[in-house]
Structure formats: C-alpha cells, structure tokens
Design a protein around this ligand. Sequence first.
Ligand SMILES: [Zn+2]
Length: 137
Amino acid sequence: MDCIFCDIIEGKSEAEIIYEDERVISFLDIRPVNYGHTLVITKNHYENFLSVPVKELNAVIKAARKIAEAISISLKTDGFNIVANNGTAAGQSVFHFHFHIIPRYNTDKFHFRPELKNYSNGSMKEFADKIRTAVKK
Ligand SMILES: [Zn+2]
C-alpha cells in the first residue's frame, strides 16, 4: 500500500516533525495554506475519521489541542482552523486520516465561501429526523 504519511512515520520520507508520541505524529504540511500549517495523524493507517478507533481519535484530538496552542503562541496567530477532509467529495487527497491545523490571520486572504442554503418548510425537521434515527446510542 502506497501511503506518503506511512512513509513519513517509517522514516522513508522526510518531514518537519513537530510532535510525536506512542499513537500520534504531527508534521508540517509541505503545501501550506499559511506558513506553519500542520497535520496531526495517527501512527496506524486509517482511511478516514470514521475508521479511527475512539481511543486513537482521543489521542489525535489531545495532540491537536497541544499543537494548536503551540502554533497560536509561537506564530502569534489571530485564530486557527482545525479541518479534516473525509472522502474525495470533501477534498481528501491522502487517504490516511489527518487533521489540518491552519494558522489564521485577520489579514490573510484564505476564505471558505460556501453558498449557504435555506431549508424549505418542514424539511429541517426531516433532515434532523433522518440523522437522529441513525445516531448510534
Ligand atoms: Zn498511511
């Protein structure tokens, strides 16, 4: 299986490692939205958010918090985004689950520009019902 992130974990590809522990590794994205844009991943290969076991997800989130804090302080950001793209339709290009931590500044030109929709009469409840029924207790 070809996976650039697994290559980084195994030391076969170079990366600017920011943080590492038993379960998690974090390194700079080579194509940053803003400088300091960092990825946080599990050391085990999982395709997406839904395939990561909760224990490892907890470890990734804990590390993401640590790194977001370090980015905020060291790069004097005005904010940051934490994003995970899941599936090709969502823009996922490396199929090894990862969080992006993107430093943000009031003056940067990076914007999400969604065309926000409006629910038609009653359809909001229909969507909510569908999702509520599928939520695993
Ligand atoms: Zn991988």
